[in-house]
Design a binder for this molecule. Structure first.
Ligand SMILES: [Zn+2]
Length: 168
C-alpha cells in the first residue's frame, strides 16, 4: 500500500524533501484547512500540519494526521523518523520537488528530450537527466546535488540522535 501525504501551507520545505525522497506529497500554499481535510479524506492521505487546531479537527474526522512542530530541520527529521523514510535521495525514485509529478530518467540518446530545457553547456556535460512529465522541470546531478546529499546526511544524523534518545 502506498503511503501518501498532504502537507499544510506552513510546511513547504517538508513537502519538498518528501517529494525528493520519493514520497507523494501534495502541497499548495493556497490550500485552506477545509480543502486539506477533504483532500486527506478523499485521497486517503496522511495530513502533516503545524497547526494544533487543524490537527485536532483532522483527528476528530478520523484522518491520520501528525502534528509537526519545531524548526525546519527537526520537522523533516520527525516526519522521516515517524514514517521510516530513509534520508536519501535517489533520482530514479524521486518526485518533482516543484509539483510532485513523476520523473522520467533520460540517459544517452534519450536526453534529446531536454535539449531545449537546459543550458547548452549543461546538456553537453551531463549524460543523465530526469524530466518531470507534469511541469517540465529538469533535474541532473549538478553542483546542487552535493548540497542535497549533505542535507540528507544531516537529517539522517538527527534521526539517529532522536532514536538514541528515545532508547535511553
Ligand atoms: Zn514538476
Amino acid at each position: 500500500m502506498e503511503r501518501r501525504f498532504v502537507v499544510d501551507a506552513m510546511l513547504g520545505r517538508l513537502a519538498l524533501w518528501l517529494r525528493l525522497t520519493g514520497n507523494d506529497a501534495l502541497y499548495s500554499p493556497q490550500t485552506d484547512d477545509n480543502e486539506l481535510i477533504s483532500t486527506a479524506q478523499r485521497e486517503d492521505r496522511i495530513l502533516l500540519t503545524s497547526d494544533k487546531d487543524l490537527y485536532r479537527r483532522a483527528e476528530k474526522t478520523g484522518i491520520t494526521a501528525m502534528l509537526v512542530r519545531g524548526n525546519v530541520d527537526s520537522e523533516i527529521a520527525q516526519v522521516f523518523a515517524a514514517f521510516g523514510i530513509p534520508a536519501r535521495v535517489d533520482p530514479n525514485t524521486a518526485r518533482c520537488s516543484k509539483c510532485n509529478g513523476p520523473l522520467t530518467h533520460l540517459k544517452g540518446p534519450d536526453k534529446e528530450r531536454v535539449r531545449n530545457l537546459v543550458h547548452e553547456q549543461t546538456y553537453n556535460y551531463y549524460d543523465e537527466f530526469w524530466l518531470c512529465e507534469d511541469c517540465g522541470s529538469v533535474y541532473f546531478q549538478g553542483g546542487y546535488w552535493r548540497n542535497i546529499t549533505e542535507y540528507m546526511d544531516r537529517i539522517a544524523r538527527m534521526i539517529s540522535e532522536m532514536n538514541n534518545q528515545s532508547r535511553s
